[in-house]
Design a binder for this molecule. Structure first.
Ligand SMILES: C[S@@+](CC[C@H](N)C(=O)[O-])C[C@H]1O[C@@H](n2cnc3c(N)ncnc32)[C@H](O)[C@@H]1O
Length: 227
């Protein structure tokens, strides 16, 4: 999706005020400039648009400071949102900031994982979004995250995740977000994604592309349990 896309015409409409009107995405979370930040959120949600009518429960895994929630509050009323981050200094600081920004919104809950909130979220969500999380982690870590959210898919839910799918499995610069096993970027191959799906009994379909700058095109895939 880009500013010229037909689908952006739909998403560019804002119906409500944000529950954090002063929200401004920070540089810690990438793609900060508008309209890019909103087109990014729209590209993720467009990939699950059929699941967004009526009340819905969404789990934003790797939520940063709640950018997706801000975008959603401007467009939807009846939803519940869980924002989950990786435990550690960076993840905890994102959660503190997100809680402060959206303190007035009872629809939103934030925490790191390995907490009761992770369990509650996985037990209730019908949609999981991982926006630019798999683009920072190696495949074994992505598979661990998939097994954590698998109950959502087993109930018929969907996972929307962005990737850099390239011709080789490659990593650049470790210790991103304060973790040795997190990288500035990671690319997977299509064969590797197919292998993950086969192992976990999933299907994956590319729904959207998002161009975050030179050499930085995200492929946005939708995963579901194979029928
Ligand atoms: C590029 S930021 C994207 C943030 C947010 N999804 C957005 O679109 O604004 C990547 C985020 O993924 C988080 N992250 C990295 N590894 C993670 C993991 N294993 N579990 C949960 N979050 C993770 C980082 O802490 C960081 O906040």
């Amino acid at each position: 999706m880009n500013a010229q896309s037909e689908t952006w015409k739909f998403w560019s409409n804002q119906t409500y005020a944000s529950s954090c009107p002063s929200y401004c995405v920070g540089h810690a979370d990438g793609t900060p400039a508008e309209p890019g930040s909103s087109i990014w959120c729209a590209s993720l949600l467009e990939s699950a648009r059929d699941r967004l009518s009526g009340p819905f429960v969404i789990l934003d895994w790797g939520c940063g400071d709640g950018r997706l929630l801000d975008f959603m509050t401007r467009r939807f009323k009846e939803f519940e949102y869980y924002g989950i981050e990786r435990p550690g200094e960076h993840g905890s600081s994102r959660i503190v900031q997100a809680r402060a920004s959206f303190a007035s919104d009872p629809r939103a809950k934030f925490d790191v994982y390995d907490t009761p909130l992770e369990k509650e979220a996985v037990g209730r969500a019908g949609i999981v979004v991982m926006g630019s999380v798999a683009t920072h982690i190696p495949i074994p870590m992505f598979e661990i995250l998939l097994s954590r959210i698998l109950p959502v898919l087993e109930r018929g839910g969907v996972l929307i995740s962005s990737f850099f799918i390239r011709d080789r499995y490659a990593f650049q610069n470790g210790t991103c977000y304060g973790h040795d096993d997190c990288y500035r970027w990671v690319s997977y191959t299509q064969e590797q994604v197919d292998g993950i799906c086969q192992k976990m009994g999933l299907s994956a379909e590319q729904k959207e592309l998002f161009d975050a700058g030179p050499g930085c095109i995200h492929q946005i895939l939708r995963f579901q349990k194979k029928q």
